[in-house]
Write a protein that binds this ligand. Structure first.
Ligand code: SAM
Length: 356
C-alpha cells in the first residue's frame, strides 16, 4: 500500500506504514525533511555551478527529486541516484515520473542499483556526495573520500548518536576512535568526534576535509565538509585534533564557514517554501549567530547554577545581553536550549550570573 505526500516541491509515493523503522520496505522519514531542506539551501548558497551530484543511498529518491526541482537552474550538471534495494529503485523511478522528470543518460539523470561503495568507486569527479545511511556512515567513508573532487563537498549524516554522545563509549572508541562524554556538551563533542573521523579517512588520501556547515538535531548529526587537496593542508587539519571537556580526540577547529551560514539563513528567508517554516528559520538563525563566535563548546546555564549553588537561574536572553555589554561575544547555541556560546571566560561568567 502506498500513499502520496509532498515534501518541499516534490510529490512522493511512499509505503504506508504505522512506524518509521529500518525495516520499512522503502525508507522514508518525514522527520528528516529539515535535513533535506538544509541540503537544498546549502547547495543554493555556494558559488559553484554545474555540479556532479551523487545520492548513493537514495531510498525513495526524495533528496534527489528535491535537488532537481529546488536547486537553481545552473546547479546540476549530472545527478546519479542509487540504492542497492530493488524496490527502492522501482519507487525512485515512479517518483521521478510522478514529478514529470525524465531520467536517462541524455538528461544526465542516472539511476543505479548497486552497492553504494561499488557505485562510488565506479564514479569519477563527484562535486557533491550525500551519505545518508541508517546508523553509522563508516561503511561508505573510504569510497566517498576517494571519489570527491577537489573543492567538492561531502555531506554525512550519522544517526548512531548513542555511540557519539557517550551512552555506549566502547562503541564510540571502536567506530570513531575517540572517547565520548555523556554530559550537557555531548552533542557538540559527538559532532566534533564525527568530523575528526571523516578527516582521518580523507587524510589517508592526502586530502583536507574542512567543515563548512555542521549541526546536531534530535536523533542525528550532520556535517558538510569541503575537500582541499594537498598534504600540507591535510597535515594542518590533523594539528587541530585534540581533547576538550575530557573527551576526544576531536576536531577543535571551526564547525562552520560563517559567510555561508549567513547566506543560508538569508536564502531561507527569501524562499517561498522555507520562509514560513519557523522551526527551520529559527534553527538557521541560531546557527548563523553562533558561527560568528570562535569558541569550542558552550556554557550550560543550569549546570553553572547547580555547580556554583546559584539560587536564581537568570533568563538566557538577559545573560547574553549582559555578556555583550561587557564587550564579549555571546549567542544562543542550537545544541542546547539552556546553552550560551561565548568567548567570555567561565570565571567571569559565574561572577556575572551572581549579580542581578
Ligand atoms: C536512511 S535510508 C536513505 C534515506 C534517503 N537518503 C532520504 O533522504 O530519504 C538508507 C538507504 O540506504 C540503502 N542502503 C543501505 N546500505 C546500502 C548499500 N550498501 N548500498 C546501497 N544502498 C544501501 C537502503 O536500502 C536505504 O534505502
Amino acid at each position: 500500500m502506498r500513499s502520496i505526500i509532498s515534501e518541499g516541491s516534490a510529490k512522493l509515493k511512499i509505503p504506508k506504514t504505522k512506524k518509521i523503522s529500518k525495516e520499512m520496505r522503502v525508507f522514508y522519514n518525514p522527520a528528516m525533511s529539515l535535513n533535506r531542506d538544509i541540503s537544498v539551501l546549502l547547495l543554493n548558497s555556494i558559488d559553484k555551478t554545474d555540479l556532479q551530484i551523487a545520492d548513493p543511498l537514495a531510498a525513495t529518491g526524495v533528496r534527489s527529486i528535491r535537488f532537481l526541482k529546488e536547486l537553481n537552474k545552473n546547479k546540476i550538471k549530472r545527478i546519479c541516484i542509487n540504492d542497492y534495494d530493488k524496490s527502492a529503485v522501482s519507487l525512485i523511478k515512479e517518483n521521478l515520473e510522478l514529478n514529470k522528470i525524465k531520467y536517462d543518460q541524455n538528461n544526465n539523470i542516472i539511476i543505479q542499483n548497486l552497492d553504494a561503495n561499488i557505485f562510488l568507486l565506479h564514479s569519477m569527479g563527484l562535486d557533491y556526495i550525500d551519505i545518508d545511511p541508517f546508523g553509522t556512515p563508516n561503511l561508505f567513508l573510504d569510497a566517498a573520500c576517494k571519489r570527491l573532487s577537489r573543492d567538492g563537498i561531502l555531506a554525512v549524516t550519522a544517526t548512531d548518536t548513542s555511540a557519539l554522545c557517550g551512552t555506549f563509549p566502547k562503541a564510540c572508541m571502536r567506530k570513531y576512535w575517540a572517547m565520548p562524554r555523556r554530559d550537557s556538551l555531548m552533542h557538540e563533542t559527538g559532532l566534533r568526534i564525527l568530523i575528526r573521523k571523516v578527516q582521518l579517512i580523507a587524510a589517508q588520501f592526502s586530502r583536507a576535509f574542512i567543515p563548512i556547515f555542521s549541526y546536531s538535531k534530535e536523533h542525528y548529526m550532520r556535517i558538510f565538509l569541503k575537500n582541499y587537496k594537498g598534504k600540507n593542508k591535510s597535515d594542518e587539519t590533523l594539528k587541530s585534533h585534540g581533547y576538550f571537556n575530557n573527551a576526544g580526540p576531536m576536531w577543535l577547529g571551526n564547525l562552520w564557514d560563517k559567510h555561508l551560514t549567513s547566506r543560508i539563513y538569508v536564502n531561507a528567508l527569501k524562499n517561498k517554501f522555507f520562509k514560513n517554516n519557523k522551526e527551520l528559520t529559527r534553527f538557521l538563525k541560531i546557527i548563523r549567530d553562533e558561527s560568528k563566535i570562535d569558541a569550542v563548546g558552550f556554557y550550560d546555564l543550569s549546570d553553572i547554577c547547580r555547580k556554583n549553588k546559584l539560587k536564581h537561574l537568570q533568563k538566557k536572553e538577559f545573560v547574553i545581553s549582559k555578556i555583550r555589554k561587557l564587550g564579549y561575544q555571546a549567542s544562543e547555541t542550537h545544541f542546547k536550549g539552556e546553552g550560551i556560546r561565548s568567548d567570555m571566560p567561565l570565571a567571569k561568567l559565574i561572577n556575572l550570573m551572581k549579580n542581578k
